[in-house]
Design a protein around this ligand. Structure first.
Ligand SMILES: O=C(CO)[C@@H](O)[C@@H](O)COP(=O)(O)O
Length: 232
């Protein structure tokens, strides 16, 4: 079932290691087949060195039940499912504990848009979620992690396509895209802009961002007037 998507999700998981975003088993990637309502995700706690494409687990989007796979799905599967249900435009999700993005999440700070690298991919600040309540942590924790992400986006009318990532407070980053590959790309960008912002604020805590550059760079790559790269 879904052999092509399993290959893509497997490759995207391996790419996290290749890009230096994951050590041990600290991360996961999923992809969705919207027509079938099925999500493919990596198995939980399996070494990336020994992982194979046929170990990817297929989960029903609506029920969260495993419909194919010998192994238990990623422990973060309920978070991925909440995001797929809330954001119908997305087709792939990544979670890592990459150092700089996780440091911002642990600090509980939104990652501000302070440069054109950020503005090329994320229109605004990358938001950091609120503290989770006792009921959320002691209840269905991974599902509630998804809910705190969605809460912030809905409450502040943040467009998940224009802001394809989030920092979960005291935890780490989630990113997404139209497919697993793009979600990995956005995870790499998030880690880099988190690192750049950390260094930039060390150099100048009072730094400012020219708002004209935010619009210029974001619209250069997104929307009807995009002109970056080659014509598709
Ligand atoms: O956040 C955590 C652990 O704190 C998990 O995302 C990470 O270890 C990956 O877990 P899975 O192997 O996907 O179950």
């Amino acid at each position: 079932m879904l052999e092509e998507l399993k290959q893509k999700v497997y490759k995207a998981n391996i790419d996290l290691v290749r890009h230096g975003l994951v050590i041990f088993t600290w991360g996961n990637v999923s992809g969705i087949d919207r027509e079938k309502g099925l999500v493919v995700i990596k198995p939980s706690g399996v070494d990336y060195d020994s992982m194979t494409a046929d170990q990817m687990v297929v989960v029903d989007l609506a029920t969260g039940k495993v419909v194919e796979g010998e192994l238990r799905p990623s422990s973060d599967t309920p978070t991925h499912l909440v995001l797929y249900r809330a954001f119908p435009e997305i087709g792939g999700i990544v979670h890592t504990h990459s150092t700089y993005a996780t440091a911002w999440a642990q600090a509980g700070k939104d990652l501000p848009n302070i440069g054109t690298t950020h503005a090329d991919y994320f229109h605004n600040a990358i938001p950091c979620t609120d503290d989770m309540t006792a009921a959320q942590v002691q209840g269905d924790y991974e599902l509630e992690t998804g809910n705190v992400i969605v809460d912030r986006f809905i409450r502040e009318h943040i467009n998940p396509v224009h802001t394809p990532g989030v920092l979960v407070k005291n935890h780490g980053p989630f990113s997404w895209g139209k497919n697993p590959d793009e979600a990995v790309h956005n995870a790499v960008v998030m880690e880099q802009v988190a690192k750049m912002a950390f260094v930039a604020y060390s150099v100048n805590p009072g730094l400012t961002m020219n708002p004209l550059l935010v619009e210029k760079h974001f619209s250069r790559k997104h929307g009807p007037n995009a002109y970056y790269g080659q014509k598709k």
